[in-house]
Ligand binder design. Structure first.
Ligand code: ADP
Ligand code: ZN
Ligand code: ZN
Length: 755
């Protein structure tokens, strides 16, 4: 019943008589079916197909004239779910491209692109409960019945009229709620008499082109914004063009996005905006909503329930959403008449899927999608990734700069604070505390950044050296004082906070500090001053984030303590001082991207200071004030840092000057993991590796996580094409290795983190 994709065909059938379908499965192939009885199918439509011994949802990827499978053995598509393709041809191309590039089965790639309920066969069109009269009911109504039941009579009369939405026969439950709040009381009796019936009616989304923007007050563009807008709009009609909008924080990038969006809406085109994971979207979504009050926004992020996600997808697909804003997987959103793609904070690592089997970069796929669909795309950032800066240098991206903050705001002054000679108070130097006092006295707000959540990184025994190990990981457990627990940040394990050493019974003490501790110390030092905390433990839901942001925005909280969550997107005009507590962690990492990430964080956090009229000040506590990375960043800014870092990458032949892929595996036993990776390496060496180097296998820096042993094999090549030629031959071989069944493995193309 099936044929590998692309094999020669033998059984001729007239016309496009064969339908090629993929299903959500690890099989790297499509399956051939006979077309369904009834309406014709098209590529991109979802269908129910017999698969094994059950029915499954599949997506039609193409139609063909013939199959290599004998026609008598071909099964027929059971039914067609979609009336319009779920994915149009452009999007199908991008999905295909992704399957090739990430060497991942197309069926699973498509499944990733779809919300769960659509994967399970839900209709693309929303439907609603509706009630209508039967033939008998009409006669009863005409005959003036029922005479002694006014409720039922009233409902019959309502249903006998044209509904507010203009339906001749049938009212939606929502319309009935408005017209007669107690209407349901009459339904039971009327239904039993066969006078009314309940049904589901498809909701018709508002038709027509996107709205034309209203004139909402907007600032006059600065010279920089003007130049950027001119350049981008001049290329509007010219198809694909990729821009890198490098604007320091507060330079007005968002304002550029808004104006570009207005222009697209005026051209009757829609806009897709990709943003990093939660922690930043509320303000951006708010600005789009305020600027385009009559436009419909669809917001897609990981915090949605399945039903909410389906609704957002439906409004995207139907075209009722004019602007679609979403995190990573929104790169697959089926936006119609798309005119522009924006990727905000393009350097953010949350655009890369780093878990599971299909590890894609939404930023990179957005570029591919824009190219396939012939659209302009804008990648914006205050701290562009080194990849994008390199792409700008080689001409693949056109760089536009906004080097200045908008009129009122001046960039903050950055200063390194050498803590070696300072007296410290739970991680805060005296100078930092004095700075906080000064800014609070001057009515400013203060942000304290520390890249550690919890109360303290760990708990230590004062006698025997016990250090709160996690039993399932090569890691220490974090102290949570308020919750009175020890928690592992890697596997989620928890236990009660011990009062004395579980090993020898001596006293225990916390080591170091996290956000919870800093919050406590600041509370003791500045009694009566409102303090808010922002980290993943506080923010479980979007509403929590709103609450924290609101407390800072209203001035109820005057000090904000947080992890990198504070670095993103928030605009607090009264914030005048930023303190970076533990910058040193990023300085000596084995990961070649650590320096880039540290520089980005410092610049982004610093960018929160002095967003309005008042000048901002940034203090970076460090024990290594002479470190070349910190020096280049402070003396020459992000550009100087990036130039130095790119130079280093070049001489070490790291990306973007080479291409990487990592084969990652884990198993309960270290030996099993290594055996698989060794077998994979041997299989690779048996192929023509060309200019691909295989490095490893090597255990991960934290080898044991959640009781599994992690290791990886790294592949490196100076040429993208050779790497992909190699992967294409190699991945199918890996899949058939006997050891592959005993591990969890995944291929990570362009990995962001090497462990
Ligand atoms: P970014 O996204 O680069 O951080 P924003 O677009 O948020 O910058 O702009 C920073 C602040 O400056 C915002 O409060 C915004 O309303 C304001 N702003 C943006 N463009 C202008 C302009 N042309 N004139 C005056 N204020 C502006
Ligand atoms: Zn002990
Ligand atoms: Zn653990």
């Amino acid at each position: 019943m099936s044929a590998p994709t692309g094999t020669p065909t033998s059984t001729p059938l007239p016309g496009d008589a064969i339908v090629r379908v993929v299903v959500d499965s690890p099989l790297r192939r499509s399956f051939d079916y006979l077309p369904p009885e009834g309406p014709a199918v098209r590529a991109g439509m979802r269908v129910w197909v017999p698969f094994g011994n059950r029915l499954r949802v599949g997506v039609v990827v193409s139609l063909a004239a013939q199959s290599s499978v004998e026609s008598s053995k071909l099964k027929r598509i059971s039914s067609v779910i979609d009336r319009e393709p779920t994915f149009d041809v452009g999007l199908l191309h991008t999905l295909n491209w992704a399957a090739d590039y990430y060497h991942h089965p197309l069926g699973e790639v498509i499944a990733t692109a779809l919300p769960k309920l659509l994967r399970e066969g839900a209709a693309l069109q929303a439907s609603e409960e509706c009630w209508s009269l039967t033939e008998v009911g009409r006669e009863a109504l005409a005959g003036g019945e029922p005479r002694r039941a006014p409720r039922q009579r009233q409902l019959l009369e309502l249903l006998g009229r044209v509904s507010p939405e203009g339906h001749e026969n049938g009212w939606s439950a929502a319309a009935l709620d408005v017209a007669s709040p107690a209407w349901r009381e009459g339904t039971k009796a009327l239904r039993e008499r066969g006078w009314v019936i309940r049904g589901d009616r498809e909701m018709t989304p508002p038709q027509g082109p996107p709205v034309t923007p209203l004139l909402v007050p907007q600032p006059e563009p600065t010279a920089g914004q003007h130049a950027a807008l001119e350049a981008i709009t001049a290329a509007d009609e010219g198809g694909f063009h990729a821009w890198l909008l490098h604007g320091i924080t507060g330079s007005g990038k968002t304002e550029v996005y808004l104006r570009l969006t207005a222009r697209q809406l005026a051209r009757q085109r829609r806009v897709l905006v990709l943003v990093p994971e939660i922690g930043l979207t509320p303000q951006l979504v708010g600005r789009f909503a305020t600027r385009f009050p009559q436009a419909t926004l669809a917001v897609l992020h990981s915090g949605l329930t399945d039903t909410e996600r389906l609704a957002a997808w439906r409004s995207t697909h139907s075209g009722s959403a004019d602007i679609v804003i979403g995190t990573r997987s929104a790169v697959f959103a089926p936006v119609r008449q798309l005119g522009l793609v924006i990727v905000d904070e393009e350097h953010d690592s949350s655009f890369k899927q780093q878990e599971g089997g299909f590890r894609y970069s939404a930023r990179d796929l957005a570029l591919v999608r824009a190219q396939r669909e012939g659209l302009p795309i804008v990648l914006g950032s205050a701290t562009p990734s080194l990849e994008s800066l390199h792409n700008a240098a080689t001409g693949r991206l056109t760089r536009l700069s906004l080097p200045q903050r908008t009129a009122a705001a001046q960039p903050p002054t950055l200063r390194l604070l050498d803590v070696r000679g300072e007296s410290m108070h739970a991680g805060l130097s005296t100078t930092a505390l004095c700075g906080i006092e000064r800014h609070l006295a001057a009515d400013g707000q203060v942000l304290v950044y520390i890249n550690r959540r919890g109360y303290a990184p760990t708990l230590a025994c004062t006698a025997c050296g016990w250090l709160a190990p996690c039993l399932a990981c090569d890691a220490r457990m974090t102290v949570y004082r308020q919750a009175d627990r020890l928690r592992c940040h890697h596997c989620g394990a928890e236990r009660a906070l011990p009062r004395q050493c579980p090993q020898c019974g001596y006293a225990v003490k916390t080591v170091g500090q996290g956000t919870e501790r800093i919050e406590e110390v600041l509370g003791e030092t500045f009694p009566g001053v409102g303090i808010a905390r922002l980290d993943r433990d506080v923010i479980r839901r979007n509403e929590d984030l709103h609450a924290v942001v609101a407390s800072v925005a209203s001035g109820a909280a005057r000090i904000l303590v947080g992890t990198q969550m504070v670095a993103k997107g928030h605009d607090f005009p009264a914030l005048t001082l930023v303190i970076v507590l533990n910058a040193d962690h990023g300085l000596f990492s084995t990961d070649f991207r650590a320096a880039e990430r540290l520089a980005q964080t410092i610049v982004q956090v610093a960018g929160r200071a002095g967003r309005a009229e008042r000048a901002g000040e940034v203090l970076i506590q460090t024990e290594f004030p002479e470190h070349p990375l910190l020096r280049s960043l402070l003396e020459g800014g992000y550009d100087a840092f990036a130039a130095a870092a790119l130079e280093e990458r070049h001489s070490a032949a790291w990306p973007p000057f080479s291409r990487l892929a990592a084969l990652r595996a884990s198993a309960p036993q270290a030996q099993t993991t290594l055996e698989f990776l060794q077998a994979a390496r041997a299989a690779g060496e048996a192929l023509d590796a060309g200019r691909v180097r295989l490095l490893g296998p090597a255990p991960a820096a934290m080898a044991r996580r959640a009781d599994r042993h992690h290791a990886q094999l790294l592949l490196e090549s100076g040429e993208r094409a050779s790497l992909h030629r190699f992967l294409q031959q190699w991945v199918p071989v890996i899949e058939t290795l006997p050891t592959a069944r005993r591990v969890r493995w995944a291929l990570d193309v362009d990995p962001l983190e090497l462990f």
